[in-house]
Design a protein around this ligand. Structure first.
Ligand code: ARG
Length: 275
């Protein structure tokens, strides 16, 4: 209760500040890639890397997944339209920096380092690093990655986690542009293990039963939280924070969560993470 009130109040304060800024002559949307839709709703450009099921993946030519449902609901709540494009990870991040991309929605972990370059919404998903390997590989803990060929998606927390175990610039780490290429390398035997996010590793193992993939996590990997990413000082962050908090309160978030994960979300953990 206290939590949502505080958040809502903060969002109102933040949006009034934006309003004042707009009245002060700041040109609305001048530095973003957004356009106006037919109903005069602003259309925001969203970038993603859509080989990351169940968060974002291509389904009959459309980006689909938990992130897509959640972002659509948040945009609806906040009064925007979103145009979600499978830009790829690096282009999404570059677009956020240049302002061509208004929103990055891609299972992006909120990290202190990234916060220097991007703004993030309140946390919307708790994750942790997971190691996936082919049955028979001798891996029972993170330490067992030492001496093995390891695949990661370039520039992700999976890469940083692998590096924390076996060392930065370790030649044994192969970096792939997409999560799909990383899993392909595991499949073909180019790497013996991959380091990625828990829900994605579990989903891969489940939807590729013939691949013989097993998964473990390790206490040395700490929980991390996904956030919607914006360019630094984005005018949209406050609106989306407010919208996410509304979806947390009115049950829409839980509905979307249950649709994709077949279980109830831990709302308390999310709220804690937002402190
Ligand atoms: N959560 C991880 C990170 O932020 C991985 C995200 C990868 N997302 C994707 N759509 N491929 O670094």
């Amino acid at each position: 209760m206290t939590y949502s009130f505080k958040k809502a109040a903060a969002a109102i304060v933040a949006s009034s500040a934006l309003l004042l800024a707009a009245c002060g002559g700041a040109e609305e949307g001048s530095s973003t890639g957004s356009t106006e839709s037919s109903e005069d709703k602003k259309v925001l450009n969203v970038g993603t890397e859509a080989t990351f099921a169940p968060f974002e993946f291509m389904d009959k030519g459309e980006v689909s997944g938990f992130d897509v449902d959640l972002l659509n609901a948040a945009a609806e709540e906040a009064g925007y339209e979103v145009d979600i494009q499978n830009t790829g990870w690096d282009a999404m991040l570059a677009g956020l920096q240049s302002g061509q991309v208004d929103i990055g929605m891609s299972g992006i972990t909120i990290t202190d380092e990234r916060k220097e370059t991007y703004d993030f919404s309140v946390p919307y998903f708790e994750s942790v690093t997971m190691i996936a390997y082919k049955k028979g590989a001798d891996i029972a803990s993170a330490e067992d990655l030492k001496g093995k060929k390891v695949g990661v998606q370039n520039g992700t927390t999976g890469q940083f986690a692998a590096e924390s175990v076996i060392g930065e610039n370790n030649k044994a780490i192969s970096k792939y542009e997409t999560a799909a290429l990383m899993f392909q390398a595991l499949q073909s035997g180019d790497v013996e293990a991959v380091v990625t996010d828990i829900a994605v590793a579990v989903e891969y193992a489940k939807s590729n039963p013939d691949a013989g993939v097993e998964t473990i996590t390790d206490d040395q990997f700490v929980p991390e939280y996904y956030g919607i990413a914006f360019p630094k000082n984005s005018e949209y962050k406050a609106d989306f924070d407010k919208a996410l908090n509304a979806l947390y309160e009115n049950g829409t978030y839980a509905e979307i969560y249950e649709k994709w994960f077949n279980e109830e979300p831990d709302m308390e953990a999310l709220k804690q993470a937002a402190q």
